[in-house]
Ligand binder design. Structure first.
Ligand SMILES: *Cc1c(COP(=O)(O)O)cnc(C)c1O
Length: 390
């Protein structure tokens, strides 16, 4: 057993990030400035996005998307029950009603058929989450959005580096929201990026900084350097150059980090794939998986322990784990407000009870990976249900 605790998702920060932050601090320009602009440009190039707006979180990007599209009271927004609360909280923030559509059993992504069934005359948008970094069925979901005249917002918090049919996530013209939170594949500590077409981004940019518009004033004033107009009651969602400094260097090492993630995933897959007590994650042939998470599921009928005991046993072997996610409809606020029962979304609920996320980070050594495999294999071996002997 390992001597020290293996954290679930440690960030990979090198000297380059540290030097770039120091350079920013010495430059005298701390908040949104040249490094933020450069980071947005580099990110746009990497994702082949039509354009990108730096923000201080993915939650901010999601909120800005809804506000910029004019979604509010009386509107319904369809999303997945198997996501982080932020994807759904923002729907509440704009006064709209979240409508959940259950997930597919294999990818655990929102099921296009369930989206179609959830549409009403009040539906205005779909927030599709690329769960664990595996893209949703974009063709099917785009088709539904087009036929019903709905906006499609992608929650790509897990999906930087992912692609659908060779098109990078973020390369579409619809709003796509990325997270650079400390545990994500690319981090700036806290931070986010919103990609989309120019017209949408112009409105989102204005709303991201108090609703301030400089263009509106420059039309009437000669110099116009000090002048601004508040065109809407906006938010304070801008990214700082200190954050962007980290992001610039993270983006430079991003492909190397992703390739290390894929190596780790390959080792997990070959260790667990043939065990009848375990279900390993899938990757469809038409996607590039970003492998933000490695979500292992247990087949309860093969084991004498349940998921919670499995987690305790793995943690007792000094391995950090997590669960993604406690389904939205099981949180007290949402359960109470919409009278949702756990069984209302049976695929999300059933799979939640079987899942554990194993450590996955570019920072992990081969020994770390071997330790995780050993811990899981050991716990499963001592908990395997034996066939009854007559
Ligand atoms: C992390 C996460 C978010 C929120 O990202 P922040 O940058 O922390 O706001 C949103 N959606 C999903 C699916 C996430 O995992």
């Amino acid at each position: 057993m390992r001597e020290t605790f293996l954290p679930f998702a440690p960030p990979m920060i090198g000297e380059e990030e540290i030097e770039e932050v120091i350079d920013t601090l010495r430059s005298g320009w701390l908040t949104t400035g040249p490094k933020t602009r450069q980071f947005a440009a580099d990110f746009t190039a990497y994702t082949q996005a039509p354009g990108a707006l730096t923000v201080n979180s993915c939650t901010a990007a999601l909120h800005l998307s809804l506000v910029s599209l004019g979604i509010g009271a009386g509107d319904e927004v369809i999303t997945t029950p198997l996501t982080f609360a932020a994807s759904v909280n923002v729907i509440e923030h704009v006064g709209a009603r979240p409508v959940l559509a259950d997930v597919e059993p294999d990818t655990l992504n929102i099921d296009p058929q369930k989206i179609e069934q959830a549409i009403t005359p009040a539906t205005k948008a779909i927030i599709a989450v690329h769960y664990a970094g595996h893209p949703v069925q974009l063709d099917a979901i785009r088709d539904i959005a087009e036929r019903h005249n709905l906006h499609l917002i992608e929650d790509a918090a897990h999906a930087i580096g992912a692609a659908y049919k060779n098109q990078p996530i973020g390369s579409g013209s619809n709003p796509t929201c990325f997270s650079f939170y400390a545990t994500k594949n690319l981090t700036t500590g806290e931070g986010g990026m919103l990609t989309g077409d120019d017209e949408f981004l112009d409105r989102a940019r204005m709303l991201s900084l108090h609703g301030m518009s400089r263009e509106a004033w420059s039309r009437y004033s000669a110099g116009g350097k000090w002048a601004y107009d508040i065109a809407a009651p906006g938010f304070k969602y801008n990214m700082t150059d200190i954050q962007a400094a980290i992001g610039l260097q993270q983006l430079r090492r991003f492909e190397a980090m992703q390739s290390r993630r894929r190596e780790i995933v390959a080792q997990y897959q070959s260790a667990f794939a043939n065990d009848p007590a375990l279900q390993t994650p899938v990757c469809h042939e038409d996607v590039t998986h970003a492998w933000h998470l490695y979500v292992l599921r247990i087949n309860e009928s093969e084991l004498t322990i349940e998921r919670n005991q499995l987690i305790e046993a793995i943690n007792a072997r000094n391995i950090g784990t997590s669960v993604h996610f406690i389904p939205i409809h099981m949180h007290s606020y949402y359960a109470n407000r919409y009278s949702w029962k756990p069984e209302d979304f049976p695929v999300a609920f059933g799979n939640f009870n079987r899942m554990v996320s194993l450590p996955l980070s570019a920072k992990m050594s081969d020994q770390d990976v071997a330790d995780v495999i050993e811990a899981v294999t050991d716990v499963v071996a001592v908990s395997r249900r034996r066939a009854m002997v007559a």
